[in-house]
Design a protein around this ligand. Structure first.
Ligand SMILES: Cc1ncc(COP(=O)(O)O)c(C=O)c1O
Length: 460
């Protein structure tokens, strides 16, 4: 499929419930932009309509059919591509999907390269590895991120990324559970729950799936849900620092969350994919909270620390103390799923992960994170200076900008149309994100500066 073919598919706003009709009024101040050829355009390989009338007799999985939308980020990529078709010379800047942009530090790629070359030798060749990950890496993860927290090497399962483990965990818990999720939140939690059959149908009036507890997190409640209003969930997805709001929960808040889980006999799936971005004293792991090992497991990732979004490496921690109602360890069932549905992370990625956790690697990761945090400050200052209420940014690479009373897809479209900058509409993360736009700090410095210059031009 050529790029032109893939881009020529007309965009239908009905292809996604995330896609509110675009009603923004383009009569706002006109911005003149320098246009420069982008050179490369990423093609998202979305399936095309078939050109044959033949149909198999296999019926479609009804749970997948419940999904109302294309997954949020491919949808944004489609809109970006449509924009490029309209403005082929525009220098489009993407501060949208949250993909990292800076090169992987050399200390880390050299270790991967060494491992890769070793595979060409008899002594260095290795095939299938332990499904749970290589021992030295499991041990390095435990001692780097969970020192003094009572997490042991064999509580760590190395993965090909946090998103993949989120879906594998859904398989572990099955279709009969009820889950709760922060609203707004990273879309993979809800979508994987729908696919597993845990939910009812999408309810258009409230923009929610039935049988999911949406825990509203907004500026009014300090981005921490009112737990007293939540009916008992089996599984609670909780992400801190949060994508998209950038809010990191405090020790007191996480203590409340652990107590809530214990009182209800629930399990917390704590997503700490951005923990290294935390600036102050807020917990970087749920296991910093006393008693959490009996009610929580944690997923995490090298993606946003070391630019491993393409390399693919993450981990999940499941303490031995975490048990099902019949006393069976959750870790044992997860291990069964890992052995059945996965065969372990790439040995080359694992060599990179081990290098990340060496003294040089840790310093290199801190430097890259520091760079993105400088970008975050630039974006925060820009929107601040324009009079917007801005959240996040301090403990996460995301800035959550409030556009009160406005439809977030309209704001997304307005910004794209007038500045050629791709952001993410808040409502794509759940109904609680309506009225907000997420601006990602993952970008080359010159692009972030240029995007901020254009924002100032548009909203001055
Ligand atoms: C909160 C959160 N969890 C998980 C992931 C996915 O991480 P990975 O690249 O390790 O699959 C992301 C990626 O954006 C994320 O924002």
């Amino acid at each position: 499929m050529s790029i032109t073919q893939s881009l020529s598919t007309p965009l239908s706003s009905s292809s996604s419930t995330f896609l509110a009709p675009s009603t923004f009024n383009p009569s706002r101040s006109q911005v003149t932009l320098p246009v420069k050829s982008l050179g490369v355009c990423k093609c998202i390989a979305a399936p095309q309509e078939a050109d044959t009338a033949y149909k198999t007799k296999v019926s479609r999985n009804g749970n997948i059919a419940k999904l109302q939308a294309g997954y949020l980020f491919p949808e944004i990529a489609r809109r970006r591509n449509a924009h490029l078709l309209k403005y082929p010379d525009a220098k489009v800047i993407s501060l949208g999907i949250g993909d990292t942009t800076e090169p992987i530090p050399d200390a880390i790629t050299s270790a991967m390269s060494k491992r890769s070359h070793a595979l060409s030798t008899v002594e260095g060749y290795s095939g299938y590895g332990a499904e749970q990950g290589e021992k030295p890496l499991r041990s390095a993860i435990a001692s780097t991120f969970y020192r003094d927290l009572g997490i042991e090497d064999d509580d760590i399962f190395v993965s090909d990324g946090a998103k993949c483990d989120i879906s594998r965990l859904q398989i572990v818990f099955g279709s009969k559970i009820k889950m709760a999720v922060q609203d707004p939140s990273y879309p993979a939690y809800v979508d994987s729950s729908v696919i597993m059959g845990q939910t009812g149908y999408y309810q258009k009036d409230v923009e929610k799936f039935a049988n999911i507890e949406y825990m509203r997190c907004n500026p009014e409640n300090g981005f921490f849900p009112d737990l007293s209003s939540i009916s008992r969930p089996d599984i609670i997805f909780f992400c801190s620092p949060n994508n998209p709001t950038g809010a990191a929960a405090t020790r007191e808040q996480l203590t409340q969350l652990v107590k809530f889980a214990k009182d209800n006999g629930s399990i917390i799936i704590f997503d700490s994919a951005y923990a290294m971005y935390i600036s102050g004293d807020n917990p970087r792991s749920i296991f910093e909270i006393p008693g959490a090992k009996e009610v929580a497991l944690e997923v995490s990732s090298f993606s946003k620390y070391a630019g491993f979004t393409g390399v693919r490496l993450g981990w999940t921690v499941i303490p031995k103390q975490l048990l099902f109602s019949d006393g069976f360890p959750v870790a044992k069932d997860f291990n069964r799923i890992v052995c059945t549905c996965f065969n372990g992370a790439s040995n080359i990625s694992q060599a990179g992960g081990l290098a990340c956790l060496s003294p040089d690697g840790l310093k290199a990761m801190q430097d890259v994170i520091g760079f993105y945090k400088e970008n975050t400050n630039i974006i925060v200052e820009t929107f601040d200076s324009l009079g917007f209420k801005v959240y996040g940014g301090k403990d996460a690479p995301y800035v959550w900008v409030h556009f009160p009373g406005r439809n977030s897809w309209d704001v997304f479209a307005e910004i794209l149309e007038k500045t050629h900058v791709v952001t993410t509409p808040g409502s794509g993360f759940g109904p609680g994100g309506e009225g907000f736009v997420r601006v990602s700090a993952f970008g080359h410095r010159e692009n972030v500066l240029e995007a901020c210059r254009r924002f100032k031009e548009l909203y001055k």
